[in-house]
Design a protein around this ligand. Structure first.
Ligand code: CDP
Length: 224
């Protein structure tokens, strides 16, 4: 059967991972959360002595000590860093604060995109991130670019965090989302931008179902 690479890129908290997971399930494809990989590298960097201090030279020299893998959990896919389940730790506001600086490092990007290319080598993947349709898989058959206003995105992320027991105000979440957007769109290597051939979807006024239907219809066209 014809298997595709589906790339879902876009701004922070646009629901990329929710859509990517559903799509992967519906198509029986593998889901790859590339943001979780950048988050895990950030956690690794913050844990290097002196703890909490980002030393990019040290990080770039230590990349070969980082192993990231995913396992299916009872409900959600789990992210492992060097054998430890870090799924919860990588969603901490402290990681949000630093991840875009780590993701701007050329060495970090080339290290992770190598792994991402391997994960998609046999196709049949739905990968979400910032540069999947532009840099990792420019040849992907299906590319989507999700956008929404910063306020809508911050409210979604704030509600998710409340559910997960994270204590951060809406205003702080909004500031963090905007700061990441700025860093992700202006970095030198593989910045966040829409691939020319990506379908852009503004999700601010759409439900999860409505967005999913648009994605699924587009993928179905490619499959037929
Ligand atoms: O879930 P959310 O949209 O907040 O972010 P994420 O997908 O978990 O990604 C976290 C951060 O990792 C982003 O803000 C980017 O700085 C970086 N990232 C990237 O540079 N390239 C990717 N392919 C995925 C994530």
């Amino acid at each position: 059967m014809n298997k595709l690479i589906v790339a879902i890129d876009g701004f922070a908290a646009t629901g990329k991972s929710t859509q990517a997971k559903r799509l992967a399930k519906a198509l029986n494809y593998t889901y790859v959360d590339t943001g979780a990989m950048y988050r895990a590298v950030t956690l690794f960097a913050l844990e290097q002595p002196p703890e909490g201090n980002l030393d990019f030279d040290l990080l770039n020299r230590s990349l070969d000590q980082i192993q990231i893998h995913f396992e299916e959990g009872a409900e959600e896919q789990q992210t492992f860093l060097n054998g430890l389940n870090v799924s919860q730790a990588i969603r901490d506001p402290k990681i949000n604060q630093h991840v875009s600086k780590v993701a701007a490092q050329k060495e970090v990007r080339s290290f992770l995109s190598k792994t991402q290319k391997l994960l998609g080598a046999n196709k049949g993947v739905v990968m979400d991130g910032r540069d999947i349709g532009t840099a990792v898989f420019p040849q992907a058959e299906c590319k989507f670019f999700l956008t929404a206003t910063p306020e809508v995105r911050a409210m979604r992320r704030y509600q998710e965090q409340v559910q997960a027991g994270v204590d951060e105000s809406y205003e702080a979440v909004l500031a963090s989302v905007k700061a990441r957007d700025e860093q992700d769109t202006t970095r030198a290597y593989a910045p966040l931008k829409k691939a020319e051939d990506a379908l852009e979807i503004e999700v601010s006024n759409l439900t999860i179902e409505e967005v999913f239907d648009l994605l699924y219809a587009q993928v179905s066209k490619q499959l037929n």
